[in-house]
Design a protein around this ligand. Structure first.
Ligand code: HEM
Length: 127
């Protein structure tokens, strides 16, 4: 099979890599003063939901939808003030996590391009 026909989820290395990516990502988020105050003290639920969500977002099994229903992810972010500055900070945390999990630059760029579109779509407040 042509490698391009595989999902991003498979090409990045499947569940073990997505799980490590999300763990590293939230370590970065909690160390980022622009983002940390938005999140609860106990991050275990957010971390497990994000593992489920990114699995299906990158073309793996629909774990998030199976357990929590339709993601409606922009609506789920409306209670939180998502500014352009926070979207950029979120993406920077993800970029640094990906640099640790995923050595292939082209693959990282493909993932970041998708995530950027989504993150900027979630902006719901002027600076
Ligand atoms: C643009 C900047 C973003 C900010 C500031 C942000 C912030 C947040 C916050 C504060 C929460 C809720 C934490 C809680 O439960 O109390 C959350 C949940 C979540 N976010 Fe984001 N987020 C951003 C972008 C994204 C993106 C781009 C994605 C996915 C590609 C994403 C996926 C999720 C998921 C899956 C959850 C858990 C939803 C649930 O409770 O079911 N977020 N985010």
């Amino acid at each position: 099979m042509d490698i391009k026909q595989l999902s991003l989820f498979d090409r990045v290395g499947g569940a073990p890599v997505i799980h490590r990516l999300v763990d590293l990502f939230y370590m970065n988020v909690l160390a980022e003063p622009k983002l940390a105050p938005l999140f609860p003290q106990d991050m275990s639920l957010v971390i497990s939901k994000q593992k489920q969500f990114l699995t299906q977002y990158f073309g793996g099994p629909p774990l998030y939808t199976n357990e929590h229903g339709h993601p409606k992810m922009r609506a789920r972010h409306l209670p939180f003030p998502v500014t352009k500055e926070r979207a950029d900070a979120w993406l920077a945390c993800m970029q640094r996590a990906l640099e640790e999990t995923t050595p292939e630059v082209a693959l990282r760029e493909e993932m970041m391009a998708r995530l950027s579109t989504t993150a900027y779509f979630f902006i719901n407040k002027e600076e």
